[in-house]
Design a protein around this ligand. Structure first.
Ligand SMILES: [Zn+2]
Length: 485
């Protein structure tokens, strides 16, 4: 009997293993030739110097509108007009506050337009970190094959790169068939009121875009374990955000005679419960599409796991959740940020509060997140207050013309690139423009390595010169293809 049982388990194991191995073998890509693009001879030196010059304008945006250095913004706008005369002459220009909308009329007005967007404001330098910079953050230094300074990646390379690319096409006498808009916001980092104004203007004119492309993720190498090719996560959605206040209540009094449970310990317990029970997340929909594609380029071990999610789904989910950046892609994240208790060392608080910031995965809503938190921690002693938030964006199609044009343009410039749909973890101006677009993509065609990430909003922001040039060439391809089809 036992022997029979042992034998049949062995047979089942053998069958499972064969299926898993077969699935791994077909979980791969056939080697295909890359699409050859024509040689794009942009004036590289000029483009590099222009990005460097653009960084010298201290176009810093602040939450407090009074603090905006508007003189710097005006000077930047004048500089752009003087530096890119062909671009400015070819377009109809509308300035709304310090944001700019350019319209390049297409020959076929029956076709829906496309839009490319960026922003010329930058975040400030964190006080106290100035001397950690290798180069002055507003000098636009060019050294070690890099261009340095605030905005080098976020997002003056985008704005300058788009003007360079369009200028190249204008000089080649290229005429778009589909109308092309370029939009450069002046306060993306503090909410994007400029992008909202431009979106309202487009709505007013009855413009419905075929698709739009704004800042987002980058072409990268070295972010995914074992993948030695360029990966381009083209973001097709953007996470939402919600702030919730957890209020723990208890009797106040003198700290010399504390009760067993104080407002602070009740609050602490609530926070621990939330940490232990995060919002559910797993590989499905968008995240599944992304990892399914990337994993085909991974070494055997990873391919074996990803090809057999039916068998290893649970292991994979918990493995992926342990890396903060991947965890953020597959679920709504929970981040307690601000705490408050008593005002005095010898006074027991009657209320202790924690503000928790959630970043919403498209599968969740502000309402479902609030319900989750109430279910996990709500009680007579703990109140959950919803302070405000924004829903995640709609998910754009990665089987649509815009996505395909972006990925084929990348191949023309970079050679083999694994283009996959991605999820934008941070917020961007696209949440405004997407209101008037059939599909919206959030992606910069510049390539970065993991170390470059700390520069964005941090210290030593800089862009590799070859990556900047490759990005401009990709923009040329995207604008040309996008406006011709
Ligand atoms: Zn940005």
């Amino acid at each position: 009997m036992l022997k029979k049982l042992f034998l049949s388990s062995l047979v089942i194991l053998f069958i499972l293993l064969s299926i898993a191995l077969y699935r791994t073998a077909i979980h791969t890509v056939s080697v295909k030739g890359t699409i050859a693009g024509e040689v794009i001879a942009i004036d590289e030196l000029r483009a590099i110097q222009n990005l460097s010059a653009s960084i010298r304008f201290k176009t810093i945006s602040y939450q407090d509108k009074e603090k905006f250095p508007f003189e710097e913004f005006n000077n930047f706008i004048k500089w752009a007009a003087a530096t890119y005369p062909e671009f400015h002459q070819a377009m109809e220009i509308v300035q709304l506050e310090h944001s700019l909308l350019f319209k390049w009329q297409g020959s076929d007005s029956t076709l829906a337009p496309i839009l490319f967007e960026g922003h010329h404001d930058v975040v400030p330098i964190i006080p106290g970190t100035e001397n950690l910079w290798q180069e002055n953050p507003f000098a636009g230094a060019i050294s070690n094959n890099r261009i340095w300074g605030r905005g080098a990646l976020d997002d003056k390379s985008g704005v300058v790169g788009l003007m360079e690319a369009a200028t190249y096409l204008i000089k080649k006498n290229f005429k778009p068939k589909r109308t092309v808009y370029f939009s450069f916001g002046h306060d993306e980092e503090v909410g994007g009121s400029g992008a909202a104004l431009i979106t309202a203007k487009l709505k007013e004119e009855g413009v419905q875009l075929h698709w739009s492309l704004g800042e987002g993720s980058f072409v990268n190498k070295g972010f995914f374990p074992g993948v030695d090719k360029f990966v381009a996560p083209i973001n097709v959605a953007e996470k939402g955000s919600a702030n919730l206040m957890i209020v723990a209540k208890a009797k106040g009094g003198h700290s010399s005679t504390p009760p067993q449970r104080t407002a602070v310990t009740i609050l602490a317990e609530a926070l621990v419960k939330l940490e232990k029970e995060p919002l559910p997340g797993s590989l499905e929909g968008l995240s599944a599409a992304m990892f399914n594609e990337v994993s085909k380029h991974m070494p055997f071990g990873y391919r074996f796991l990803f090809a057999n999610r039916w068998l290893f789904g649970g292991v994979l989910d918990s493995q992926l959740s342990s890396t903060p950046i991947i965890n953020a892609m597959i679920r709504t994240t929970t981040a307690p940020t601000m705490l408050n208790g008593s005002v005095k060392s010898n006074v027991l608080p009657i209320e202790a509060t924690a503000l928790i910031n959630f970043r919403l995965h498209p599968r969740d809503t502000t309402e479902s997140v609030t319900d989750h938190v109430r279910r996990v921690v709500g009680s007579n002693d703990v109140e959950v207050r919803f302070l405000g938030g924004r829903e995640a964006s709609e998910i754009s199609s990665w089987d649509s013309p815009g996505f395909k044009i972006i990925s084929s343009s990348l191949e023309k410039v970079y050679g083999q690139v694994v283009s996959v749909p991605g999820l934008m973890i941070a917020a961007s101006d696209t949440r405004h423009y997407s209101q008037v677009a059939d599909n919206s993509f959030r992606f910069n065609p510049f390539s970065i390595v993991p170390e470059d990430m700390t520069g964005i909003h941090g210290t030593n922001e800089s862009i590799d010169i070859d990556s900047f040039i490759a990005g401009i060439k990709t923009y040329v391809e995207i604008i040309r293809e996008g406006s011709s089809n």
